[in-house]
Design a protein around this ligand. Structure first.
Ligand code: UDP
Ligand code: LCN
Length: 806
């Protein structure tokens, strides 16, 4: 990058950069983000009548493209440049146009000075640096392979292990000897006493099973195999046992990473899983659409069902079901005594449609019952997590009658609980972020002190750092969740280097190139969400009821607005009424476009209809704003706003009802980490217009199976939708083409079956590597514990004291 800056300064563009920064100096803003920078440069080019290619292809144009932030300080400019994904360089451009590269520490000091929180005379600030802990672990080299951690790890560690065949066989032998389930020995027994005996024994066992009909059930030859040293777990039939043994035989004779992966994926080592989803209303009905209770609940519930089914299938295939081995999945959530008519006050609830998946709700300790008996916002939840983990450990041990094999955390609070539990129980920890709030709230770290009373980001970001570094592996829904796109910073990437003024500086918060990161997107529940055209699976009376609810029903409790012409093409959206979800932006976009109003009605399913019914500040603001927009753009007769809590089957049918009328789905969020509603809409067959900021960019292939929209440019957004609608009017086939491709996209890439197979394979492979390579993590975990006890806990205690006074 320094060459690019030098090229600007050595060419006739020097006068441009001088002029451009002189104009920036006139701006009031001293901290410019990428959007501001790009806009300012665009305006500069227009004002100075620069040709088109100057904006894109000049040295200065390129430099601007890579510049993420500019901070102005005493006439100097600090340029934060991101030359490639997951990298950062910082330069100081002085008034005389001299350039110096700056260190991360200097950058963080500049940021502190900007908010008047730089006090060097009082001593240094605590610096958090996790890099030394990653120095001795393998790291991916090519950024495009970030998120494919397990493939890399497998190849890397296999090649290391296979270099020393004796050691490798030793590890394999040890690994095979340790498996058991409730005292039942699995895989091999004491008759096989060494790796040599293992190798010989496998050949004998293969010869033995090869003499039997492939479909012969395992129980018919179990005892003969036992005499040869082999216990249950190899397969449910002679054919399956033979296949597994042959993979192992090949692994011993000519090892390679693919055979290793195939073998480890068959090993019965995961039976019991905990999914921690701590804060929310976690229930199966009546909880969606509430603040804080969005996609995470849907995701975890569907994941639990799918995991339980897959584990059960794997157990059956391994021949273990007949021996009483059972899969069990527990969703750990909080018990809320005042549960507003939901089942969130029940300790144990079976997950519908499963044999052995449960929601286990553990109450918070009482502290102040006025608070702890009720729902508590995710921003206020921090003081309760440690004791919650202690209490949950006991409950889990009792429910499982032993330890779980895998603990998966969800969201910051669930991840920190997963960390505490995994540490106490010595179990593999997996993290799922869903949404990292740090990148959702602009400048949330820089101004944390001003925001702390409401948001407590100091606790949240400390917890994030601890949990993400502690996790054995992390699954993300998209690549960009980890490291963003060429022009935007990823959510995990934003933890790499930041300041929490007066609290600490993070100079290296996470190793983005670590193989712990794996992209495993979620799926969509196919029993509720399926194509509108599958009429045989739809209940026509529900369809008619919901059609009436959406378009004509007059009921001021549930619906606002009477459509002048209900036959117009519906533009549909469903979301919680959060500011970020930006349904008000969609209403405004619709309000501004008379052409769109001519062709379409706007149908929103969102939040509540009355401010006084909501206890959530953001939701109240959004309700008011939506009324103002309806008023301002005179949208009566063109909009329906429904405030309904839908059952699962209704929320599936509602998309299909919209598709029956050849409607479209719009997801206008200012930022969306992933966006489950997009999958729901697409699988139902709705052409979908979704925000270009976040996960939808990876789900949708623009103009092929859906469309990107920029929610900060309402005119352009309206034009894109209008163009589609006009095309459909001219060519009725167009809607069907996009609709079919949307359906195909979900079935080919976003199913729970794909997700679960991958997740379980990750759990086994990371478990295997932890065992064989004896990954040395204790020093890292000790450092993280120190942060927990010295930073997190005292702050949580202070918040608790404040809660006690309420
Ligand atoms: N949802 C719902 N009723 C509502 C709002 C949302 O059932 O009033 C469901 C929606 O169908 C989806 C989930 O909540 O399954 C929202 O997930 P998404 O990932 O789109 O967003 P999040 O709310 O997690 O940010
Ligand atoms: C949280 C979000 O904000 C959504 O974008 C995701 O789809 C959801 O969690 C499930 O992961």
């Amino acid at each position: 990058m320094s060459e690019l800056i030098q090229a600007v300064l050595d060419s006739d563009e020097k006068s441009d950069i001088r002029q451009f920064i002189s104009e920036l100096r006139q701006q009031e803003k001293r901290y410019l983000l990428r959007n501001d920078i790009v806009n300012a440069f665009g305006e500069y080019c227009t004002r100075h009548q620069k040709p088109e290619h100057f904006y894109h292809s000049s040295h200065l144009g390129k430099l601007i493209y890579y510049t993420q932030e500019i901070i102005q300080e005493d006439g100097n400019f600090c340029l934060i440049v991101r030359p490639t994904i997951a990298s950062q360089e910082v330069y100081r451009l002085s008034e005389d146009l001299s350039v110096d590269q700056m260190t991360v520490q200097e950058l963080l000091d500049v940021r502190d000075r900007l908010v008047n929180r730089f006090h060097p005379s009082e001593g240094d600030i605590l610096e958090l640096d996790f890099q030394p802990f990653y120095d001795y672990t393998p790291t991916i080299r090519d950024p495009k392979n970030i998120g494919k951690g397990v493939e890399y790890l497998n190849r890397y560690l296999s090649s290391k292990l296979f270099q020393d065949p004796r050691q490798w066989l030793e590890s394999l032998y040890e690994f095979l000897s340790v498996h058991s389930y409730n005292g039942l020995q699995l895989l091999i027994n004491g008759r096989i006493k060494s790796q040599q005996q293992l190798s010989d024994g496998i050949k004998k066992a293969i010869a033995f099973v090869s003499d039997r009909p492939p479909e012969q059930p395992y129980e018919e030859f179990r005892y003969e195999l036992q005499v040869l040293g082999f216990e249950p777990g190899w397969g449910n039939t002679a054919g399956r046992v033979r296949e597994t043994l042959e993979i192992l035989d090949e692994l011993i004779d000519s090892p390679d990473h693919q055979t290793l992966e195939a073998f480890v994926s068959r090993i019965p080592m995961v039976f019991r899983i905990v999914l921690v989803s701590a804060h929310g209303w976690f229930g199966q009905e009546g909880v969606l659409g509430r603040p804080d209770t969005g996609g995470q609940v849907v995701y975890v519930l569907d994941q639990a069902k799918s995991l339980e089914q897959q584990l059960q299938e794997d157990i059956t295939l391994a021949g273990l079901d007949i021996l009483g081995v059972e899969a069990k999945v527990i969703i750990l959530s909080r018990l809320i005594p005042n549960s507003d008519g939901t089942l969130c006050n029940q300790r144990l609830e079976k997950v519908h449609g499963t044999e052995n998946a449960w929601i286990l709700r553990v109450p918070l300790r009482e502290f102040n019952p006025k608070l702890t008996n009720n729902w508590i916002s995710r921003f206020e939840f921090w003081p309760y997590l440690e004791t919650y983990a202690v209490d949950s450990e006991k409950e889990l041990l009792a429910e499982f009658q032993g330890k779980p094999d895998l603990i998966v955390g969800n969201y910051t609070d669930g991840n920190i609980v997963a960390f505490l539990l995994a540490r106490r129980l010595k179990v593999t920890q997996c993290n799922i972020a869903h949404a990292l709030e740090k990148s959702k709230y602009l400048f949330s770290n820089l101004y944390w002190q001003d925001l702390d009373e409401k948001y407590h980001f100091s606790l949240q970001f400390t917890a994030d750092l601890i949990a993400m570094n502690a996790a054995n592996f992390i699954i993300s829904s998209t690549y960009q969740e980890i490291v963003g796109t060429p022009d935007s910073v990823g959510q995990y990437e934003s933890y790499k280097c930041f300041t929490m003024p007066d609290l600490y500086h993070v100079v290296n918060g996470i190793e983005l190139y670590s193989p712990k990161f794996n992209v495993v997107p979620p799926g969509v529940n196919e029993s509720y969400y399926f194509p509108y055209s599958r009429l045989e699976d739809r209940v026509m009376s529900d369809r008619d009821r919901l059609d009436e609810l959406l378009f004509t029903l007059e009921d001021p409790e549930q619906a606002l607005g009477k459509l002048d012409d209900p036959t117009k093409r519906p533009l549909f959206s469903i979301a919680r009424l959060d500011r970020i979800k930006n349904l008000t932006g969609l209403a405004e976009c619709f309000g501004k476009s008379e052409a769109l109003q001519e062709h379409c009605n706007l149908i929103l399913v969102a939040g509540k209809l009355r401010v006084e019914d909501s206890s959530d500040n953001e939701e109240r603001d959004e309700i008011e704003k939506l009324y103002q927009i309806i008023e301002k753009y005179n949208l009566q007769g063109k909009i329906r706003w429904l405030a309904v809590r839908l059952s699962k089957s209704d929320s599936g049918e509602i998309y299909r009802v919209i598709a029956d009328r050849q409607g479209v789905f719009v997801q206008p969020a200012l930022f969306e980490a992933f966006g489950l509603t997009i999958l729901e809409a697409m699988i139902s067959g709705l052409p979908t217009f979704a925000t270009q900021f976040g996960g939808p960019l990876e789900i949708i292939q623009n103009k092929f199976n859906g469309f990107y929209i920029n929610p900060t440019n309402l005119e352009e957004m309206a034009e894109i939708m209008l163009e589609f609608v006009s095309k459909c009017d001219q060519n009725p086939n167009y809607w069907y083409e996009v609709s079919t491709r949307a359906i195909d996209r979900v079935y080919s890439t976003y199913t729970w079956k794909i997700h679960t197979t991958k997740l379980l394979s990750l759990a086994r492979i990371y478990g295997f590597w932890n065992f064989t390579s004896k990954e040395k993590r204790e020093d890292l975990l000790r450092y993280l514990e120190a942060l927990f006890y010295l930073i997190y806990k005292p702050r949580a205690q202070k918040l608790l004291e404040a809660h006690m006074e309420r």
